[in-house]
Design a binder for this molecule. Structure first.
Ligand SMILES: [Zn+2]
Length: 234
């Protein structure tokens, strides 16, 4: 069985590696208006990965981490904040940009991202460190770059140089992240032959679409735009 990626709506993905590890990236499930009902309660989970602290990304991470006793990997400030929400503190789960950690058959590296990271609590914003992207490398399977929430930035070329991703998951919805115009340049800089569209269609504000992105992409880049709930093999 190949590496399988399932879009759960917004920026939430389930990843099943060839070795059988099941990971959730930014598991915004129970409150996600576009998540299929059948996907709101994970059956199992071996690993949770978070790009930043906004609630449309942290989502159900604490509940999933507690229920399955699995690692929840997040940038250090965010991971510390989550430990205050009842997830046991585990330093191995709190890397920072440039750092690589391994859980089972998967290596995880945090990269840069240009965005913000906070939670709104008790009528104020709690600062949760810098947001990140994630490079995910299963022992058997493609190298995947989840850009997280970001605009395009020139150092995506460094992600290409160091990690040479096979697949890039890019936000395209506009407003809170880059839209199609910037995502096309991001695809060029990252250089992955396949791009998966993310962070669109959830709310009316997110107007970017795969149809708008497709004609802007470099000719050698394939755009994958799974339907919500659809699994694609990578
Ligand atoms: Zn977001």
């Amino acid at each position: 069985m190949a590496t399988a990626l399932t879009w759960l709506g917004h920026a939430a993905f389930r990843l099943d590696t060839e070795a059988g590890t099941r990971a959730y990236v930014d598991p915004f499930l129970s409150e996600n208006p576009s998540c299929p009902d059948s996907e709101r309660e994970p059956e199992r989970c071996d690993l949770v990965l978070l790009t930043h602290g906004h609630d449309d990304h942290v989502g159900d991470a604490v509940a999933i981490g507690k229920r399955f006793g699995c690692p929840v990997v997040a940038p250090v400030e965010l991971r510390g904040w989550l430990s205050g929400k009842g997830l046991p503190q585990e330093s191995g789960e709190a890397p920072n940009k440039g750092g690589t950690v391994r859980f089972g058959d998967v290596r995880i590296t945090l990269t840069d991202a240009n965005h913000s990271s906070s939670a709104y609590e008790n009528d104020t914003f709690v600062y949760l460190g810098e947001p990140c992207g994630i490079v995910l490398r299963p022992d058997d399977g493609p190298t995947m770059y989840f850009a997280g929430d970001t605009n395009v930035f020139g150092d995506m070329a460094l992600i290409r140089r160091v990690y040479a991703p096979d697949v890039a998951v890019l936000p395209i919805g506009d407003h809170f992240t880059m839209g199609p115009e910037e995502a096309a340049v991001a695809a060029e800089l990252v250089g992955a032959p396949r791009v998966v569209a993310s962070h669109y269609g959830t709310f009316p504000l997110l107007t970017g679409s795969p149809d708008a992105l497709r004609p802007l992409l470099p000719a050698n880049v394939e755009l994958l735009a799974p339907a919500v709930g659809e699994t694609i093999e990578l």
